[in-house]
Design a binder for this molecule. Sequence first.
Ligand code: DGL
Length: 275
Amino acid sequence: MTIYDNKLLPIGVFDSGVGGLTVLKAIREALPKENLIYLGDTARLPYGTKSPASIARYATQATAKLLEHEIKMLVIACNTASAVALDTLRDQVHPIPVLGVIEPGATAAIAARPGGAHLVLATEATVRLGAYSKAILLRDRGARVKEKACELMVSLAEEGWTDGAIAESIVRRYLAEAQADGFALDSVILGCTHFPLLRDTIAGVAGDGVTVVDSAVTTAAVVREVLSSGGGLCDSQQPGHLHLLATDGAARFARVGGQFLGETLTAEDVHLVDL
Ligand code: DGL
């Protein structure tokens, strides 16, 4: 018996809301035959303003729900939950492999701008734990890192207001605050899985010469690497099936999540679950 006896089992992915769909989309593009199950804990979003104890409890419960459905790998598509609960979740699902998004994000930033000055846009909880600073400085001692909590940007993404004057002025204010002490950026790291939705707006405000780093593609590449090196890639010839779960608001999840995934979803595509 190995953990990959049934390669058809889905990869479980969770986030506090629709943001993690940015990671799911990248996994789907990299591994189109994989079955996927996604849980958005929309009833308790945002995680980023909660205490570490609450975030760890929510993440543990979301993981338990995914385990009920049987998964062959867990992807924590939430920086906040990755920062707070990666080790706890590894213990919870052992021997199933668990991947968070912070290490892939840090690796992508260093590859893009070695020795660079990185501004991490993230939630309050992620910033409080300094998870990106630790992950980057461990791998690139010459780097400089500043982390900035941008809670309003989570709301913008959940609302689908990702461009236009309101989104731009909120992004502009956060970036101005982060640079008020003269911090000159080489990269902006999207340290929250909701923020790739605001990528164009952030890139426009940050200006030419600043690299915008999104961990989704790097995370998907690591998912592929972990499954492939363990002999766990799905061997089906069919396109993978996507199962969507949310803890509240199926219609809203479908509307905004559909925009994230670039396809039309209806409330019937989203199954409400209780944790
Ligand atoms: N998408 C989550 C993250 O990557 C956070 C959003 C929230 O605060 O719930 O950190």
